[in-house]
Design a protein around this ligand. Structure first.
Ligand SMILES: [Zn+2]
Ligand SMILES: [Zn+2]
Length: 189
């Protein structure tokens, strides 16, 4: 069981008028600005990004069941060519928020069960977990991204015919012999 901290954030929705009214439903839709980045080291929703939280609250006997979606754009780096990757996310969020005085059951330690103070629900933790789980381990700018040239680091998607002339060391040895012959010829004339 996780306890939702008391600090007021943009992810916090006041539900006091729903509390202890089983059977009541309410939908909340909120446009917000993400204060603290959500995601992993390689990709995530950056701080300052615009996001939308749509949730439906259903009052049950011991608390409030919440389900909905969180939508935002994640940005990161392509795992092959290091180009910027933008990903439009719409991740499902859900959880059961129990009243502080609700009886505890064995199953309440699951990841979807939280506790709240009976006044307001903070969705940040639920949203953070949902975003992290939905993000790819290796973001790609394109599923077929060819990556970088292993010789010079050029981005191959920009230059599909990119190639390096492979010089045979024996030819370069001959070239230098030829140069010295030409040089001595010039000196003789
Ligand atoms: Zn790429
Ligand atoms: Zn190259």
């Amino acid at each position: 069981m996780k306890h939702t901290p008391g600090a007021d954030t943009e992810f916090r929705i006041h539900v006091r008028d729903l509390v202890h009214r089983p059977g009541t439903h309410r939908e909340y839709s909120r446009e917000l600005t993400v204060a603290e980045a959500l995601g992993t080291d390689v990709i995530g929703v950056p701080a300052g990004a615009a996001a939308t939280l749509n949730v439906q609250c259903e009052v049950v006997t011991d608390g409030i069941w919440v389900s909905g979606t969180f939508a935002a754009q994640a940005t990161g780096e392509c795992g092959r060519c290091l180009d910027e990757v933008k990903l439009d996310l719409e991740v499902p969020v859900q959880g059961l928020f129990l009243y502080p005085d609700a009886p505890r059951e064995d199953g309440d330690d699951s990841d979807d069960v939280f506790e709240f103070d009976g006044e307001s629900i903070d969705f940040e933790g639920v949203v953070r977990d949902a975003v992290v789980t939905s993000l790819p381990f290796t973001p790609l700018c394109d599923p077929d991204c060819p990556g970088l040239c292993d010789q010079c680091g050029a981005r191959l998607a920009n230059d599909p015919d990119h190639a390096h002339e492979i010089l045979d060391p024996r030819w370069s040895a001959l070239e230098s012999v030829k140069d010295s012959i030409e040089l001595s010829n010039k000196e003789e004339s």
